[in-house]
Design a protein around this ligand. Structure first.
Ligand code: ATP
Length: 306
């Protein structure tokens, strides 16, 4: 009997050691507040994109257990349509885009693309299907052409020019000393936030993903730049399933549906005109934004007159 008991005891010892080790790792992640690494399931399959319809089903999420961020969020982005998420700062808008891209896993409910849970598919296939235009684009210390071509490495020069044209950045690039060969980034020419974002849009146009996430710049852009970016975005989102994370309201007027997020819950949803009519949170946010824009315009006029 002893001959069996000793090895069993030993196995028990090893088991407890491993359990403790795992607990320590969990604790370490909790302390560092970094998410436990997102990994593919052993049997993960590639995402099969048909129409690229997105669904958030009763999604709950927290970064830190003590502070729920999303408290049961339910919506869909039908194939080829544009849905915009708006709401006060800190409402959880960007978090929604991070869950779709699976930077984090939901803590309840699920996120699907064409019925497939994003946790069940390979991350490589998920990220292949999604184009992300982030708030702050980081460019490589390389030429503008390189930075655009990154969207599809085998693109021709003509395709790069065409993408730049659609992104409303082509003519600007032509004014640079070396055109598309101009080096940009830390060591090269510094581009403005709006210019960088248009380079990112050109890159995404080349990638031509079935799903698009646009995380709009928080900072106020001047009216002219904003209009140019808007027209570039309209181009890239046409007939493509698009989720817009809108930190300003001016860009969401044409969305098929606007979702108003407040305190981790959907407070209202509808088109721009439906929401104005409802005269709720969106309508008051809209009025406030209009006042702020008008004040800014007046300030500009005064400055120009000086
Ligand atoms: P804004 O319009 O100001 O960008 P938002 O609605 O996009 O806001 P999120 O970025 O989704 O807001 O953040 C929602 C909440 O989650 C915020 O209170 C934020 O402080 C918190 N948060 C965001 N990222 C993390 C993180 N990595 N760890 C912990 N908390 C986070």
């Amino acid at each position: 009997l002893m001959q069996i008991a000793i090895p069993l005891n030993f196995i028990g010892f090893i088991y407890r050691e491993i359990r403790q080790g795992l607990a320590d790792i969990e604790e370490m992640f909790a302390l560092l507040r970094v998410p436990a690494e997102i990994t593919d399931k052993p049997d993960a399959a590639a995402l099969q994109v048909q129409d690229a319809a997105i669904r958030f089903e009763n999604v709950t999420f927290h970064y830190d257990e003590s502070r729920p961020i999303l408290k049961g969020v339910d919506f869909e982005v039908p194939a080829g349509k544009t849905v915009a998420i708006v709401g006060p700062s800190g409402a959880g808008k960007s978090t929604i885009s991070r869950l779709l891209f699976r930077f984090y896993d939901v803590t309840g409910g699920r996120v699907t693309i064409d019925g497939q849970d994003v946790r069940d598919v390979t991350q490589a296939s998920l990220r292949e299907a999604i184009g992300m235009v982030p708030q702050d684009t980081v460019l490589f210390n390389e030429s503008i052409a390189y930075n655009i071509r990154y969207g599809r490495v085998n693109a021709t020069d003509a395709e790069i020019r065409e993408a730049a044209r659609m992104a409303q950045i082509h003519d600007f690039i032509e004014t640079l000393p070396e055109g598309f060969a101009t080096e940009v980034g830390e060591r090269g020419l510094k581009l403005s936030g709006g210019e960088k974002q248009r380079v990112a849009i050109a890159r995404t146009i080349l990638k031509a993903p079935p799903v698009l996430i646009l995380d709009e710049a928080t900072s106020a852009l001047d009216t002219h730049t904003e209009r140019e970016i808007q027209s570039a975005l309209d181009h890239v989102s046409q007939n493509r399933t698009t989720l817009v994370i809108a930190h300003r309201l001016s860009t969401v007027v044409n969305a098929h549906q606007i979702i108003v997020l407040e305190g981790g819950r959907i407070a209202e949803r509808g088109t721009h005109s439906e929401l104005l009519e409802a005269n709720g949170l969106y309508a008051s946010m809209w009025a406030r934004q209009r006042e702020a824009d008008e004040a800014e315009e007046r300030l500009r006029a005064v400055r120009a007159a000086d």
